[in-house]
Write a protein of this length. Sequence first.
Length: 170
Amino acid sequence: MTSCSPQLTFDELGTPLRDVTFCVVDLETTGGSHRTDAITEVGAVAVRGGSRISELGTLVDPGVRVPADITRLTGITNAMLHDAPPLGAVLPSVLDMLRGSVLVAHNAPFDTGFLKAACERLDRPWPGPPVLCTARLARAVLPHAECPSVKLGTLARHFGSVPPPRTTGH
């Protein structure tokens, strides 16, 4: 027989959620591998206590051409990236937002994989934020019969998000 520990009180749980900074991140890339592909767009919003405290949204020059199938998927063309800043100019701002935050992303291993690889390539330390994957969370809490897919667009419709977020391949 195993013993159960008593349920914690709210005071024992640690930092109240209203005091936690969440940095919601979404990346677009030239493909699915953080080893061989590059970031083309970064979107990030930092939120604490229900208030937006900072945000970043920019296209990024990946230094390579965007494949046609990725343009069809994301809508991002090579012409759009012509005057975009390189990742080296954007990454410091992203890392500043992540320091002291919980990184939130839909399919977080994808986004964190690309960000960690960028840090390695640009000789920047990865801040190591706690990570919350909303796809994984949705799989854990929503019965399959209630919501058979955890794609972002499907979840937005399920929860009545208006307007639904623009979704891409991940």
